[in-house]
Design a protein around this ligand. Sequence first.
Ligand code: MV4
Length: 493
Amino acid sequence: MKKILIANRGEIALRVMRSAKEMGIETVAIYSEADRLSPHVRYANEAVCIGPAPSKDSYLRMDKILKVCKDLDVDGIHPGYGFLSENADFARLVEAEGIKFIGPNPEAIEIMGNKLAAKDAVKQFKIPMVPGTDYAIDDLDEAKKIAQDIGFPILIKAAAGGGGKGMRIVQEVESFEEQMKLAVSEATSSFGDGSVFIEKYITSPRHIEIQIIADNFGNIVHLNERECSIQRRHQKVIEEAPSAIITPEIRKKMGNAAVGVAKACNYVGAGTVEFLVDENLNFYFLEMNTRLQVEHPVTEFICHIDLVKEQIRIARGEKLSYKQQDITIKGHAIEARIYAEDPRNNFLPSIGRLTTYIPPLGKGVRVDDGYEEGMEVSIYYDPLISKLIVFGKTREKAISRMLRAVEEYRITGVKTTLPFCRFVMEHEAFRSGHFDTHFVGNYFDPEKMDVDKSEEQLIAALLAAKIFSETKNSNGIEDQESEVQSNWKRNRG
Ligand code: MV4
């Protein structure tokens, strides 16, 4: 493989190109008219504008992308995440043109794209699953009976859904019929497929996923877990590896289950198996994502593996150079997604020009971004400005480093989720590791994020911290530091 095209934009396009460059592979960027000045365009060896700003006219145009590949003699396509990354038809077209799709085979993408097909495929591999039906239900009376057998609350899910779309919680049998009808019509209009199934509703789960990597010779290795429970409206905001609650025993069990899921669909490349984990640490297979994920850098930090390089090596037909027993966890990594959104105003997208943009530097800090000072954050794409990833020997050290890095980050011109990230890092539930997918709903209050405290409050906080440290120095409470820190925090947009 001498030349690859990156069918994506922003931070992930740049991140893929960096690894390609280190491997001596040439890169081709595609870009929309809105992205003319983007770093990923300048970074590539060659770049081609493929259309107007809207994704459907540019980054989703399979025909135009394939034309660029032919014109420029491209050997492989890396799809990144989003856009065409989980489009089985695209993967098939690419391969039909004699170009390597740097990702799994189209069949695996297809199976995992349908939740019922996925359940069916993994059945023989003894993967723990949430009690429920593994087939589409269309008979209302039968469905009601099953729901009562499982026990309320239950969840109705769309087979073609994912990422929370088309899900309906049903609290009691009386509302079942109504919710079922709504779920079917929602699934039909959103996905063109009205198939739904039911599951027991796990009320306060954690969302934990396992990274796997598989070569073309049947070797599959898991690269431990990522904790992704801190999310809002099915959008992850903070991810970390490893999870604060996973024991070596459970890690091994989840890892084996994830490898089983990969086997079930003859998976090749890098993939992620998502699980729900309940308060008793029971885990259940949810779905598999057949792409490189946004949060992959936390795994790279703790496993010392470059996942993009691995993807390329596998696509070139190389064997995995390590076995499961070679994989260990070193330290702790946390990622914060920095969005151009206003956490004080219900996370409304905040578009505009990055009049100041100075990312943090220093030991253990990695910033994957696709913007530079002066650039516009446009309405056409995801408002992710950057991913701030930190590493520390322990979880506590990683949290301190994240707070330091968030403090250093200078962004003006748009509102960002930086203050929200600090809120999470300082929150007792996050620091103690006792949180679930309801963290934001349960604890987030924009009022508590404001740091331009009145002088009075500052003095009170100082005093409280002083009294605290003088009287309770050895009671095992570790986060007094965060109290003291509030003094030197400055306000920011
Ligand atoms: C669930 C669940 C509880 N019980 N399934 C949301 C996204 C989709 N991938 C599946 N999701 C869920 N499925 C059962 N049986 C709770 C969620 C869920 C969730 C999962 C992961 C991360 C965040 C979430 C937020 C709300 C609900």
